[in-house]
Design a protein around this ligand. Structure first.
Ligand code: CTP
Length: 399
């Protein structure tokens, strides 16, 4: 699967660097050609000689090495690979990547490259949880960097939590997925997900119970079939999908703008639970009780319907537009009417009555409504539903 794939492996300086040695071995077993790059700090954890011997290739260490520059300049090096993998990716290197710094060979290569990049973060749990690292992670995800891990577990520093670098075989699996020749390879698909938040004032908002779990599962299932996914998400509690461009928004209006910016796309799947209304004239200041006992009143305006807007585009409409219908009664009838009203190709209908436990839960029971009628699927995990739906999308785009 990785035969003749050229991988530039950047090893940065963390205790997990020792796992990079095993990663090199696993990649070479699968036929990959690995060119290692070591940061100065990495050399404190693994020796250049052992890395070079395992890789069977020359290693690169210094931005200002005259011999290296004469043989293969750093710009050429950054573009000669099919994939750049950073394992381990320290908090420091992630910060450099997120802010576009280029003060050593590794960070310069990452800034100069036009090749896909994957990182396997590894750091202390507090460093991982720190808002600065989480901000950098969100920036890197939004830039389309593929992220593997980190895993939960005991750490070399004696603490426990997320921050352990993924195991070499997990990284290998992610690299293989990145080279997937699936049926959706090269196809751009937009997925919306999560709730939207419509502000009332700076501290209050109107929201709904959508977790975004189905959207995350669907985006990853499409990615696994090779699609290039743009994931536009409201403030969802579900984890963000990996290996795709993520656009974070709050309101329905922002979600519409983000979707329009992401177009064109071959297909668009609207799994977000968009708020139907926004508050007219949301207050700039926190609304206070004035002591008179008089209750505040809110005026609402209807939000733009993103699904209907995209479905009814006359120019550049995606070939396949899929909506979701969250219903609590007469699911098939309502969803069939919704499909006609909005003008989308398919509606994935589900019953979100509280007793089903679907909204915010791990399972889903859906009915797929197309021009040919309604097809009810067995209740299954959101991941299984996502895999089935992704495959149906691939089949539809093939035909
Ligand atoms: N949707 C959208 N923009 C909106 C409202 C909904 O894109 N402003 C999309 C959702 O992402 C979903 C579909 O429309 O794919 C159906 O959403 P749903 O809330 O179930 O239906 P509504 O259009 O809100 O209709 P109703 O409230 O009457 O059920």
């Amino acid at each position: 699967m990785l035969a003749n794939k050229r991988i530039l492996l950047i090893i940065s300086g963390g205790i997990a660097a020792f796992k990079a040695l095993d990663l090199i071995r696993r990649l070479r077993e699968r036929g990959a050609d690995v060119t290692p790059v070591l940061t100065r700090a990495a050399e404190q954890f693994v020796t250049p000689l052992s890395v070079s011997a395992l890789a069977g290739n020359k290693i690169f260490r210094d931005l200002f090495d005259l011999t290296d520059e004469a043989e293969m300049g750093h710009i050429e090096l950054s573009r000669s690979a099919d994939l750049i993998v950073v394992a381990p990716a320290t908090a420091d290197l992630m910060a450099k990547m997120a802010t576009g710094q280029a003060d050593d060979l590794a960070s310069t290569l990452l800034l100069a490259t036009d090749t896909d990049v994957m990182i396997a973060p590894a750091m202390n749990v507090r460093m991982w949880d720190h808002p600065a690292t989480q901000r950098n992670l969100a920036t890197l995800q939004a830039d389309g960097v593929r992220i593997v891990g980190p895993n939960q577990g005991d750490m070399a520093c004696g603490e426990h939590g997320p921050g352990r670098m993924s195991e070499p075989l997990e990284i290998v699996a992610a690299i293989e997925a990145a080279f997937s020749q699936g049926p959706l390879a090269g196809q751009h698909i937009i997925v919306t997900s999560g709730p939207t938040h419509e502000p009332i004032d700076p501290v209050r908002y109107i929201a709904n119970r959508s977790s975004g779990a189905q959207g995350t599962a669907l985006a990853e299932a499409l990615r696994d079939l090779g699609a290039t996914v743009t994931f536009v998400t409201g403030p969802a509690t579900a984890r963000r999908p990996e290996g795709m461009k993520i656009v974070e928004v709050d309101t329905a209006q922002q979600m519409l703008t983000a979707v329009q910016t992401a177009l064109p796309a071959r297909a668009a799947v609207f799994a977000a639970a968009v708020a139907d209304w926004s508050v007219v004239g949301a207050s700039d200041q926190k609304i206070k009780k004035d002591g008179s006992g008089k209750l505040p009143s809110l005026n609402f305006a209807e939000n733009p319907d993103i699904l209907a807007t995209v479905s009814q585009m006359t120019d550049g409409r995606p070939e396949l537009v899929v909506g979701f219908a969250a219903e609590t009664q007469t699911v098939v009838e309502n969803a069939t009417a919704k499909r006609a009203r909005k003008g989308c190709d398919w509606i994935v209908a589900n019953d979100v009555s509280p007793e089903t436990g679907i909204m915010g839960g791990t399972e889903n029971a859906v009915t797929l409504i197309t021009k040919d009628g309604a097809e009810t699927w067995d209740r299954a995990s959101k991941t299984a539903v996502a895999a089935l739906l992704a495959q149906r999308i691939a089949d539809a785009l093939k035909g």
